[in-house]
Design a protein around this ligand. Structure first.
Ligand code: GUN
Length: 289
């Protein structure tokens, strides 16, 4: 078994981007500016957003963190988004999800200018992705694609099973793995919470991509010998013996599955850092100059 080291790969990409920005700025170009909007005090979301902002600083991008109260109204949040849409210094921005229950996420997603939508969540960008047109690809699925590419994992003609059908990960992941290209050209099956005999299907996967959102859901019996396993899940599981009171776990039982597969992403240090690298790549592309 070989680890797919997302942390190292993300660092490599960040070094490449830092060089690109340096060269661009030396020629009088603009350094990319990412804004991140965080609503409320959710600890995990704060960690992710801070990681994104710090990564911007590392590669020489500008970044702005906009922290808003949990009790902000939908209308006020829409006004913040409009201001970012109209701010010519901001090249791209994200609104960290999930949002408080009183705010309609679809409405917010639709309000983001598609040319600044570096998360690739706007329907216009989702549609362009589905048609294979140039666009901002959603950060997590594209991070997985980049990891497969850099480890030269063959995907053409392989059985790829995607577990989970979320708008952010499962659904776009299935599109990217099946589309023409490398990585791509896989035979993709998407399974979800209503799938019957899920383990019969996952056991046929040469490449198993798990984004179901249930800690340690996938066990060794559900995985084919020699499979490539990508674990998108990340959960804080309470553990009184851990320093912070919790441990990070994925959607895959790492210990037992890792002894059976050919490649696997660890949690943490697998897909998470690749999401950040992918967001930075999109932000680099978002500059219009
Ligand atoms: N919440 C979980 N993943 C993501 C992501 O990639 N982008 C945003 N904006 N929110 C998220």
């Amino acid at each position: 078994m070989q680890l797919l080291d997302g942390k190292k790969t993300s660092q490599d990409i960040q070094l490449e981007l830092a060089d690109l920005v340096k060269a661009k700025v030396a020629k009088g170009g603009k350094s990319p500016h990412l804004a991140a909007v965080l609503v409320g005090e959710d600890g995990a979301s704060l960690t992710y957003v801070n990681a994104k902002v710090k990564a911007c600083e590392r590669v020489g991008f500008k970044s702005s963190l906009i922290k808003l109260s949990q009790s902000i109204s939908e209308e006020e949040l829409l006004e913040e988004i409009e201001a970012l849409n109209n701010n010519s210094d901001i090249d791209g921005f994200i609104v960290q999800l999930p949002l408080p229950k009183h705010i309609d996420e679809t409405k917010i997603t639709l309000a983001v200018d598609p040319t600044k939508d570096v998360d690739g969540f706007h329907p216009q960008n989702v549609g362009r992705m589905a048609l294979g047109l140039p666009t901002f690809l959603p950060a997590t699925p594209n991070g997985v694609i980049e990891l497969l590419k850099r480890y030269k994992i063959q995907t053409e003609g392989k059985n790829c099973v995607v577990v989970g059908r979320s708008n952010i990960v499962g659904s776009p992941m299935s599109i990217l793995m099946s589309r023409k290209g490398n990585p791509g050209n896989a035979t993709v099956t998407l399974v979800h919470s209503r799938t019957k005999n899920m383990s019969e299907i996952t056991k046929e996967a040469d490449i198993l991509i798990v984004a179901l959102g249930i800690p340690e859901f996938i066990n060794a019996d559900m995985v084919k010998e020699g499979a490539v396993v990508i674990d998108v899940g990340i959960h804080r599981v309470e553990d009184a013996t851990a320093k912070r009171g919790f441990r990070l776990k994925g959607d895959v039982k790492f210990e037992e599955v890792s002894s059976k597969c050919s490649f696997i992403t660890p949690v943490p240090g697998g897909v998470g850092p690749m999401t950040i690298a992918s967001l930075l790549m999109n932000t680099y592309q978002s500059v219009n100059d």
